[in-house]
Write a protein that binds this ligand. Structure first.
Ligand code: XMP
Length: 319
């Protein structure tokens, strides 16, 4: 794609010009956005970039290992793996309000970054994979009053508080353009095609109070669901798919016994940019098979529902 080729060259020049010989710190989430931003910046300034991967304990199954392997071993980037699970999960303990949860996670991100940024000699810049929809959605409804729908933990407030200047090379791009840029930069197709994953992670897919037990169940259920979607060749047709674990346990039967376990909701949507979305019309056969697999394979879940809400009026995530 010649357009993305040109964008890449332009962006690299702009990054070099902005940063000079200073050090840049980049929060790597493992999502497509921050990964593309990191690879682009790494291409522009090499070892002047240090990535910090924060494991907040709200990642999916196997995610931390995948990210570290790819960026440290494959791309040879300077990468700090910050295992801060205790810190985040401890602070979230007993918190049920969605905005409170987001603010706790966002606030701790700033603290954690500050800690690591201070350890990097001469770090003056903070790189973020902020996209155009993040920018406008967290500012206002178009044409309407300035109202925040949800506080995005990766936008706003962060750099001032840290005394760092921002590098946001994806700020003008929509998701599909970021994917094209990632392809242009040689990121693996499997990685580029990954569904978006929000900064607050599984916290916003675990409505109400978060517990380690719930997170473990959620991770297992999500892995089965995504496996089902891949096996049926549907992954690339879907913008985003995930499981949310519901804050309710319900009664079921298993063999001769009664079960009392969590219910979960499957979510899958089509979308162009995440601003609006339609629920994905799975076949009943697919839904039935997936429910059976989750209940059989995941201890702790005995009921599976499918979320058929579009956006608006729903949001994609549950919180
Ligand atoms: P909602 O739930 O608002 O989500 O319809 C729209 C898209 O944004 C993602 N999302 C986030 N991404 N930080 C992020 O980086 C956040 O705080 C955040 N909240 C939602 C969500 O996964 C979907 O793709």
């Amino acid at each position: 794609d010649w357009t993305m080729g040109a964008y890449r060259e332009q962006a690299i020049e702009a990054i070099r010009k902005q940063v000079g010989d200073k050090q840049v710190i980049c929060g790597l989430s493992g999502g497509v956005d921050s990964s593309v931003a990191a690879v682009l910046i790494h291409e522009a300034i090499g070892d002047q970039l240090t990535c910090v991967f924060v494991d907040h304990g709200l990642l999916r199954k196997g995610e931390a290992e995948e990210v570290v392997t790819m960026f440290r071993d494959h791309y040879n980037m300077k990468l700090i793996h910050a295992d801060e699970q205790e810190l985040f999960l401890g602070a979230l303990d007993g918190q049920a309000d969605p905005e409170t949860k987001r603010k706790i996670i966002g606030g701790l991100f700033i603290d954690v970054f500050q800690k690591y940024a201070n350890e990097i000699d001469g770090a003056e810049y903070l790189a973020q994979g902020t996209l155009y929809p993040d920018v406008i959605e967290s500012v206002s409804f178009s044409g309407g009053p300035s109202v925040t729908i949800k506080s995005h933990h990766n936008v706003g407030g962060l750099p001032e508080k840290m005394g760092l200047k921002l590098v946001e090379p994806l700020r003008e791009l929509f998701k599909d353009e970021v994917r094209a840029l990632g392809t242009e930069l040689g990121l693996p197709k499997s990685f580029i095609g990954r569904h978006p994953f929000p900064g607050p992670g599984l916290a916003i897919r675990c409505p109400g109070e978060i517990t380690r037990a719930k997170l473990d169940i959620l991770r297992e259920a999500d892995a089965v669901y995504i496996d089902q979607i891949r096996k049926h060749g549907l992954y690339d047709e879907i913008w985003q798919a995930f499981v949310a674990i519901l804050p309710v346990r319900t009664v079921g039967v298993m063999g001769d016994g009664r079960t009392y376990d969590y219910a979960c909701a499957l979510r899958a949507v089509t979308s162009v940019d995440g601003m609006t979305a339609d629920y994905y019309p799975f076949s009943h056969e697919f839904l039935g098979e997936t429910a059976t697999r989750i209940i059989n394979e995941v201890e702790g879940i005995n009921r599976v529902t499918y979320d058929i809400t579009s956006k608006p009026p729903g949001t994609i995530e549950w919180e």
